[in-house]
Design a protein around this ligand. Sequence first.
Ligand SMILES: [Zn+2]
Length: 226
Amino acid sequence: MSRQGEQAYRQIQQETPISSSARDTDYVQCVADHVIAALNDEDRVSAVWEVTVFDQDQANAFALPGGKIGVYNGLFDTAVNQGQLAAVIAHEVGHVLADHSNERASQSTIRNVGVAAAQILGASSTALQVLNSATQYGIFLPFNRTQESEADSIGVLLMARAGFDPASSITLWENMSVGAGPSPPELLSTHPSPSSRIEDLKTRLADATPLFQAARESGLSPDCSR
Ligand SMILES: [Zn+2]
């Protein structure tokens, strides 16, 4: 899966414009570095973590097996601060840690349904290219509801351990429910409604907040800005 993830990533890098903004790239790298540093040793060394910012006007991001992370610069309108960006990246990393792509790889019929659904829902041609690149390698994008919940659960703990306020995951989803258009990695998931997701995340704060406080007390205080 790691090899397939890397192949898909290289293809997406060739097909999708990459941001030329050092400011944006440094910002995303800063947040991702903090999130990755919060992984346990085994997870951290299990992948060659890499981040690319794509020049694409969609509120979205993805992470592929092997630790390949992509963030679209359209996300900055929705994830408006480092905590909210950390929530997105940690969620996507959560999918990788939980091996969700592997679970998906055998579901080839779902893949076809997903591409059709993306077309109906009006995903951009670049979005469809990304989708096709990923499906070609068996790394398909839709996650089911259980997987989304798992990624939320992992993500909120991970961001907290990195020293980002886990409450930012809630404001992120509030922003998402207002503004996000169709976009590939999350578009095709059978998402819980934003409101039930937010309720779910609120209950997870009981576990995440002490981790956040401990991280802050140990001196972890990320300072990433655009
Ligand atoms: Zn997800």
